[in-house]
Design a protein around this ligand. Sequence first.
Ligand SMILES: [Zn+2]
Length: 493
Amino acid sequence: MTTLVPATHRQREQALEVLLGRELEPIVDMVGWRAAEDSYEVASAEGAVRFRRDTRVAHRYEIESVTGRNPLAVQDQTQFAGLAAERKTPHPRRSENSYPSAFEQFAQLFDHPSAPDLCVVHSAAHNWADQGGHLGEHGSLDVVQARAPFILSGAGVPRLKMADIGCRLVDVAPTALQLLGGATDGPSPLPRQDGHVVDRLVESPGRARYLVGVLWDGTNANVLYDLAARGEAPNVARLIDEGTACRYGALASLPTVTLANHTTILTGSHPGHHGILHNAWVDRHTGAQVVTNSPATWATSMQWLHPGVQTMHHAARRRRRGMTASINEPCDAGADYSTFGLVRDGRRPAPPPVDDLPDATERFVRPSKDYRWASRADHTAVEQFQSIWAEADGHPPVFTWVNFTLTDSAFHEGGPYSDMAASAVHDSDARLGRILGAVESAGVWDDCAFFLVADHGMEESDPTVQGDWDVALTEAGVDARDEGYGFLYLGSS
Ligand SMILES: [Zn+2]
């Protein structure tokens, strides 16, 4: 194990020559790197932009130079809002696409001590054939892959229903915590916070005594809102009717992958700041590979949180006296009850057999291995929620977080517009209904605020656009290690 030093200028140039070449253009949307302290460069085959972070004013960036076409010229969060608009431009080319908050997204990434030398962002069309030939993709910076649905509902939330609001996943924690009253700890409920309270989503700060957060992994926001509007997800529709949905979604942080953004939601900070940089990366200090998002490592993944980073569990407990619960969620730091805490103690909840799944669609749960696995896991989430709330004896958790995975499996496998994806929403909606029922049974409905969110979007890829940059780099003699897909560490061997 040896320390992995940053790449030299020459190593980077060699890799860029391959990555930005004509051959890889269909799959490489752009490549970003840190050029100097607080200075960054993002390049595509058509041009490049160099920009600088203004260290005196938060969230402000200045363009230093542009060569050719600026790949980050369009950063409009309203682009492709609504299912019709999204489907009208399938796999948009770079020049048709939008990359909201792109300067901050690249900059935050390189704040992590183990940031890669190059961050490769794959194109909207790119289909990872080696990931099982799945149709739905995410991980990129573009608006469809970054856009998660975000619905806030119940105590303290205005009833705007579907509203022209767009925010980011870093804003979810400060906004939702604003609904929980009681003893506060100053303006910022969480240390190292990148987000802020979205004022339009909070009508009565401190009105809620209980907060329930539900994550539907990998759910395309436009698809979900469309299904809810068409009566295919009545419990989601109820949350929208009794609250507010963000039409433009909540944007995931780069890389728009699972564990980095579960942690972003729960900490209010970007992956480069909370520490869970990606699903996998290289620890530069030891040169060792870190894998956080896998069944073997979920239970221990929070060892990689940066010191001092706290979650909504810590903050909720400071605002309201009581316990908190984290169900089926690897990012469980600070939770009193945690499924993965049980796993660490050797007491993993046993999922039921397929025949005992009341909310699973027959058409998919038997033929699809992933659909079946996720349905069983999600059913245990409902059972855990029901038993925690039923046994609370008048004191339910002040914050309960539930992670559902079926949506991600189905949106990947069938693509976001497939019957399989719609079935996953249908099944998950039934499970959501059981959770809402448990809150009603506890007699605290009027004092409870809810939010439903995803960790990233899901974009329909083009199965004819396949391939991997690793092959081209190897053929060109570039010494590169690719981690978590798209994080390149140069000169590592
Ligand atoms: Zn995910």
